[in-house]
Design a protein around this ligand. Structure first.
Ligand code: E4P
Length: 222
């Protein structure tokens, strides 16, 4: 399973890369807006900086809602860098756009996916990744991880090659469960990545090792 960092913040990407923990990055218009990116030119500049930090797939989302606009933007975005994957939403217009751009060989991450049926349509349209939004489903009182598990099961049963990318991750248990149900990729915020490294028993163990080591060093001092 691969881990992507879910951010458009360069410093966060640097921190995750230093941990040796991530294979790629996902962005979306909200994450871009948080970094004051509000047009395609500045989105491009940010993405090109990210490609210098990490040699892996970088998802960039279209900001048009109609098929024609999405296709035009996707063609432009795909030219920015060979590692760019274009995020297209799971709408009727989006599926049309996916079908058109995957025929040109452009890699697609199907975003805003909330059901198995939407995932099947994305796979049919040639998406490389499908991104079920776990946290947003949970927020609605639904079981987001069950949707991930169902998509994984259906894709395996039918030999579908589209990769399942668990998105909208809110806490470390989401990562563990996504791994257990067979998600190919999990994209997560830096906060959750750091939480994955932490355990209270590790802290207690470290404190004891340091204390024992220092007291032995004290005894052996002449
Ligand atoms: C990533 O591809 C998604 O855009 C992202 O995980 C959405 O996360 P959110 O539901 O926390 O906004």
């Amino acid at each position: 399973m691969k881990l992507f960092l879910d951010t458009a913040n360069i410093q966060e990407i640097r921190e995750a890369v230093a941990l040796g923990a991530i294979n790629g990055v996902t962005t979306n218009p909200s994450l871009a807006a948080k970094e004051n990116i509000g047009d395609l030119e500045s989105y491009k500049t940010a993405i090109l900086s990210i490609t210098k930090l990490i040699n892996g797939p970088i998802s960039v989302e279209v900001t048009a809602a109609d098929t024609m606009g999405m296709v035009q933007q996707a063609e432009e975005i795909a030219n920015w860098h060979p590692n760019v994957v274009v995020k297209i939403p799971s709408t009727v217009d989006g599926f049309r756009a996916m079908a058109a751009i995957t025929r040109q060989g452009i890699a697609v991450n199907q975003t805003l996916c909330f059901s198995v049926n939407q995932a099947i349509l994305g796979a049919q349209a040639g998406a490389r990744y499908v991104s079920p939004f776990v946290g947003r489903l949970d927020d609605e009182g639904l079981d987001g991880m069950q949707v991930v598990a169902d998509i994984v099961e259906v894709f395996h049963k039918h030999g579908i090659k589209t990769q399942v990318l668990a998105a909208s991750i809110r806490h470390p248990l989401h990562v563990t469960t996504a791994a257990k149900v067979g998600a190919d990729v999990v994209t997560l915020p830096l906060k959750v990545l750091i939480q994955m490294a932490q355990h209270s028993l590790t802290d207690v163990g470290m404190a004891r090792f340091m204390k024992d080591w220092q007291s032995a060093a004290g005894r052996n001092r002449p």
